[in-house]
Structure formats: C-alpha cells, structure tokens
Design a protein around this ligand. Structure first.
Ligand code: ADP
Length: 335
C-alpha cells in the first residue's frame, strides 16, 4: 500500500518540480531569443548609421537567419539537456522525499492496526466465554430459576469488565491523538492529588491501606486538570491494587529544576526486573499480576499514564523489586 502511495507522491513531486523547471526554461528561452533578435536589429542599425555618417550609400545588409536559428536550436537543446538532468536528479530526490513524508504516516497506520488487533483480541476472549456459557445454560432443560439468575449475575460482571475495558481503550485512544486542543490551566498539584486520592479512597479503605501525601510543593503546574487527575488515579490505583492488605502508600512531591518530581511508592508485590521495560506497553500484565485472584486490569493504565505525562512534556519511570514494592517517578514541568 505504501509502495504505491510513495510512487504516486514521487510522481506528484516530479510533476510540480518539472512544471516549475520547464516554465522557467520557457521564460528564459523567450528572453534569450528576444535578446538575440534585438541584438541583430541593433547591429543592422549601427552599420547603416556608419554608412550614413560617412555619407556613403547604404549597402543591402543581409542577416544570416540560419545562424540565428541554429543558435536558437542550440539553446533549446541545452534546455532539454538541463531539464533531462533535473528530471533524473529530482526523480531520485522526490522518491527519497516521498519516503520521508510517508514514514510518520506509515508508523501511525501500523500503530493503529496493532491497536485494533490488540483491542479486538482483548474484547473477543470474554465475549466468547460469555457466549458459550449462555449457550450451554440455554440448552439445559433442567436449569432452575436460581441457576439462571446466577448465570445472569456472572454475565453482568463480565459486561462490567468489558465496559471498563472499552472505557480504558477510549481514554487511551483519546490520549494517543495527543490533541493539543486540551484545555491547559494553572493547576495546583495538591488539589490534583487530593482529587485522585478521593477516587481510590474506597479501594484503599477496603484493603486497609493508608495513603500518605507528603510535601507537595505549593507551585502551579500548567496542565490539563482532568488528565492529571487521571494520571495520579491510575498510579494510586495500581499502588493499592498490587499491595497486600494493611500496607501503606506514599506520595512525595519535590521541586526540582523547573518542575515537580512526584514519587508514588508502595510496599506491594513489586515488578520483576525483566518486566519493567514492558510495563508501559499496551495490554502488558506481569505474570504475578495475572496470577493474583481479584486483581483486575487490562494493562492499559500505565500506557495511558505515559501518554498523559508526554502530553505535559514530562517523564515517567519505574523502580521496583519483587516483594519489596514499587516506586513510580513522574516529572512534570511547571510551564
Ligand atoms: P493493569 O494494572 O490494569 O494490569 P497497568 O498498565 O496499570 O495495567 O500496569 C501494567 C502492569 O505493570 C501490571 O499488570 C503490573 O504487572 C505492573 N504494575 C504496575 N504498577 C504496579 C505496582 N504498583 N506494583 C506492582 N506491579 C505493578
């Protein structure tokens, strides 16, 4: 698909470049021939004037038209040669430029393909499970009302999970577009973190996890409030989700060079060293996260978090040790 697009774009570049080059050649050719005609005319007048000044009768002045035509043909041949060279050189250059122009588009399209196939895979698995369980129960003549209700309840749970998956996919795709139209304002980091904490408070209380918020600098960040709340909600949610009951989670803020560094630390299950480079990949979940019953997720939280941080021109990275806890370090510039 991209090969033919590249060829077409090359052809368009060449058409534009050659039209410019040929137009210039025609203009220059016209100018040169007009100059030759003017020069010949001038010569004739000068010779006649010399004869007039000397008081001699004017002889017939014959101009060699063949020579002039030959000169004009020479000019045409030169222009053809130059345009031929331009065609070959510009052809190569256009092909190269077409490739460079299409490169980011190709990457984007490939990324979209991967996104759609990953997403459909994630959606397909629970849908297939739901469909087959419903089909089995529908065919069962001995199905009691109680059993039927249980099946429906199980399916509602599955539907809820699918709903949260589709919401996460939507958020990721919104953040993927990196739309700079998102409203920016001067935001207090303290307010953001408090709002994010309120979103996860219920699950923290359920697991008796204490969340401590320490020394958040009293400076404003130029950012998008909704996105930043989402970022800290994801990170706090993970810290709580991957911590055993009764542990604590700590958020520390520190003003460093034109920005604020936030550290969100937990004393949870930690991440295997080999998994750390992959945690920002879409749909990645470590084996320990998958194997833990009751710990839901689709591996979309950290990719969304990364996009939000990139939108704010900041950085995010993770330090972690298995069974020793995890610290996510986020840097957000003030302006
Ligand atoms: P999800 O939590 O929905 O699985 P994320 O993208 O938020 O997806 O995280 C990706 C993976 O990174 C998780 O599945 C888990 O393996 C690991 N991870 C993220 N945060 C933590 C944490 N605080 N402690 C331990 N593991 C974590």
């Amino acid at each position: 698909m991209f090969i033919s697009a590249r060829r077409k774009l090359t052809a368009w570049y060449l058409v534009i470049l050659m039209s410019v080059s040929i137009s210039f050649s025609i203009v220059i050719y016209r100018g040169m021939t007009a100059e030759i005609d003017r020069f010949t005319q001038l010569q004739r007048v000068r010779i006649e004037r010399r004869f007039d000044d000397a008081g001699l009768p004017r002889p017939p002045i014959l101009i060699d038209r063949d020579m002039i035509d030959e000169a004009k043909q020479h000019i045409i041949l030169n222009f053809l040669g130059v345009n031929g060279i331009i065609f070959v050189v510009m052809g190569g250059l256009s092909y190269f430029l077409a490739g460079k122009t299409l490169e980011p588009i190709q990457e984007m399209v490939e990324e979209q393909h991967r996104f759609v196939s990953d997403a459909s895979h994630e959606l397909k698995t629970p849908l297939t499970a739901m469909k087959s369980s419903l089909e089995v129960y529908v065919r069962d003549p001995k199905l009691t009302l109680g059993e039927a209700k249980q099946v429906l309840l199980d399916n509602i749970q599955e539907v809820n999970r699918l709903q949260s998956l589709s919401e996460s996919l939507l958020t990721l795709s919104e953040n993927q577009s990196n739309n700079s139209q998102h409203l920016l304002a001067q935001i207090s980091p303290k307010a953001i973190i408090t709002k994010a904490y309120n979103q996860v408070k219920h699950s923290a209380d359920e697991k008796k996890i204490k969340v401590r918020i320490v020394s958040i600098p009293d400076r404003k960040i130029n950012g998008n409030e909704e996105k930043l709340i989402e970022l800290f909600t994801i990170l706090l949610d993970n810290a709580i989700k991957y911590s055993p009951e009764g542990k604590s989670v700590l958020i520390i803020g520190k003003l460093i060079k034109h920005g604020i560094e936030f550290r969100i630390s937990d004393k949870g299950i930690g991440i295997d060293e080999k998994d750390i480079p992959h945690v920002f990949d879409r749909f990645f979940r470590s084996d320990s996260a998958r194997s833990r019953a009751g710990v839901g997720g689709y591996g979309l939280g950290l990719p969304i978090a990364k996009k939000i941080v990139e939108f704010h021109k900041g950085s995010i990275h993770i330090e972690s040790k298995v069974d020793n806890g995890t610290t996510v370090i986020v840097f957000i510039p003030l302006v």
